[in-house]
Write a protein that binds this ligand. Structure first.
Ligand code: BGC
Length: 398
């Protein structure tokens, strides 16, 4: 009976002044009209397992001003997006000034609306000319990526507030060369290892180039899970997590920050990777609802990289928006526990701003703070968007 009164007296969890509140997208998932990259080809490859084509996606290439205005109205302070390599360099060495101008306008729109801009130079997609010449199996891709970053950052670097070389350099190697769900659909663990090396080399080479063109912090965003080990699974854990995460965290020691992207936990036992646990709620992606994973990944990211952390992706695919509100609140409690222990966490970017194209899952999963009617391209802010915006504006989670 007395519960409500006790709640009224609670001050809430206060986040530090200057904490960066934001949300994210990636070019191929929202822009629409991208045709010269490997994902466009993959959607049309028989047996690829994709369920939709991205097509016009959220038409964000045209509607970015309205979308950015909405994010600012919500109360957010950061917008993270990616620039599309295949638009900027559709053929090797042929840079498209209009594409670079477009991204300069996106940056200007962010700043006009008081938003800081995080820019990823790579988010999963590659120009067709790169994939046709061996993609990330070809060590020349490292130099080609470095050159593209050099040109793009020379034009855009001064306006960028956070520079991300590569979003999740650990995911395309795993999904494209070991699991086979992403292009080029290879399933070969030796190839996966070589591709990991090339992604690491590309991160390191482009980091140095970006630093020449921007004063913004430069780093990567990394896909991380809360790895939980059952008796007998220790060796599997070391092997799996080592290859998927730890080698990247070691490379991040020379970065300016580590971006943590976290969605769930993984369990490893004596037989290796374990399936979802009976009785645990699943998200619409089919993996476990496990918001506390974020606390574990932040702690591990700091332990291995020694860098300040930005939560660059945390999100849930849910048609029931109340689940998203619960998830955001729970993940923010995770972040707050880390802050209370003195860990340097500088921001939280929810994935994603819009209901967008979720790669091989198509448009089914709904990650957005803002719903998109794909017939009319009309945007509707969800209660979760207003919820995160209020926390961002006040700096307090009640
Ligand atoms: C990727 C996003 C993706 C999200 C949700 C992240 O690993 O960076 O592109 O949409 O996960 O699955």
């Amino acid at each position: 009976m007395t519960q409500p009164q006790e709640h009224r007296g609670t001050a809430g969890l206060r986040f530090p002044c200057g904490f960066g509140w934001g949300t994210a997208t990636s070019a191929y998932q929202v822009e629409g009209g991208i045709t010269a990259n490997d994902w466009f080809a993959w959607e049309r490859t028989p047996g690829s397992g994709t369920v939709d084509v991205a097509g016009a996606a959220c038409d964000h290439y045209r509607l970015f001003r309205e979308d950015i205005a909405l994010l600012a109205e919500l109360g957010l302070g950061w917008y993270r997006f990616s620039i599309e390599w295949s638009r900027i360099e559709p053929l090797e060495g042929a840079f498209d000034a209009a594409a670079l101008d477009h991204y300069a306008q996106v940056l200007a729109a962010c700043h006009e609306h008081g938003l800081k801009a995080g820019v990823a130079f790579h988010h999963f997609t590659n120009p067709l000319w790169v994939s046709a010449d061996g993609g990330w199996e070809n060590p020349h891709t490292v130099e080609r990526f470095r050159m593209y970053c050099d040109v793009a950052a020379e034009r855009l670097g001064a306006e960028i507030d956070l520079a991300i070389t590569i979003n999740e350099p650990n995911m395309p190697p795993l999904l494209g060369y070991s699991v086979g769900w992403f292009p080029p659909g290879i399933r070969n663990d030796d190839t996966w290892g070589r591709v990991n090396d090339n992604y690491l080399a590309a991160h390191e080479a482009s980091r140095e180039v970006l630093r020449r063109h921007t004063d913004a912090p430069v780093g990567m965003t990394l896909a991380m899970a809360d790895w939980q080990v059952l008796p007998g699974g220790e060796a599997h854990l070391e092997q799996m997590r080592g290859r998927r995460e730890d080698i990247f965290l070691a490379s991040a020691r020379d970065d300016d920050f580590i971006g943590v992207n976290t969605y769930t936990r993984h369990r490893v036992g004596a037989e290796g990777f374990l399936d979802v646990e009976d009785g645990i709620e699943l998200t619409d992606m089919g993996y476990e609802y496990w918001p506390d994973a974020l606390e574990a990944t932040i702690r591990r990211a700091v332990e291995l990289s020694g860098r300040p952390v930005i939560v660059t992706e945390s999100g849930i695919a849910a048609t029931d928006d109340q689940r998203r509100i619960d998830f955001i609140a729970a993940t923010l409690r995770s972040v707050h526990r880390c802050l209370s222990d003195g860990i340097d966490v500088r921001g939280y970017h929810y994935w994603s701003a819009l209901d967008n194209y979720e790669w091989n899952h198509g448009f089914g999963p709904k990650f957005g703070l803002i719903a998109v009617d794909r017939e009319t391209q009309q945007r509707t802010v969800k209660p979760s968007g207003a919820f995160l915006g209020r926390i961002a504006a006040g700096g307090v989670l009640d």
